[in-house]
Design a protein around this ligand. Structure first.
Ligand code: ZN
Ligand code: ZN
Length: 140
């Protein structure tokens, strides 16, 4: 995903609230990664990059972005992970390395059009052992 700063600012403007450097920084970071970081990981990475932001602000920004539908919050084993990819897609949690990976809807043959209710959000998390860990286990 390569979303430019201008596109991110455009998305934030649409919320009709303030476009702050901190909101831009969190969005920019989430758009650039696919590893579904936790709030703590986001905070540590932004600090490393020299962004002036407190732990509390990271939580506030994440809550704001989530409420505005700009990011997705995925609860995995008591921890919230964040994802800038907002369209429905299932996740795969590796119980060995703890990574949360994206899957495509076609991978799981999932068709939510069959549900006779009004669907607003679907969270599908599949747990198992990821390919990378399987390869490692094979070579032991
Ligand atoms: Zn793994
Ligand atoms: Zn995802």
């Amino acid at each position: 995903m390569n979303t430019s700063r201008e596109e991110i600012i455009g998305k934030l403007r649409k919320t009709r609230s303030h476009v702050t450097e901190q909101r831009i920084a969190v969005m920019e970071y989430l758009e650039s990664v696919k590893n579904h970081p936790t709030a703590k990981e986001i905070y540590n990475e932004l600090k490393r990059r020299g962004v002036k932001i407190s732990r509390a602000s990271v939580f506030n920004v994440l809550r704001f972005l989530r409420d505005q539908g700009l990011i997705r919050e995925i609860k995995v084993a008591d921890e919230n992970h964040y994802d800038a990819r907002i369209e429905f897609h299932p996740h795969f949690l590796c119980k060995v390395c703890g990574r949360v990976l994206d899957l495509d809807v076609s991978d799981v043959g999932f068709y939510h059009g069959k549900i006779p209710h009004k669907v607003e959000q679907i969270d599908l998390i599949i747990t198992g052992v990821c390919q990378k860990c399987l390869k490692k286990l094979d070579t032991i």
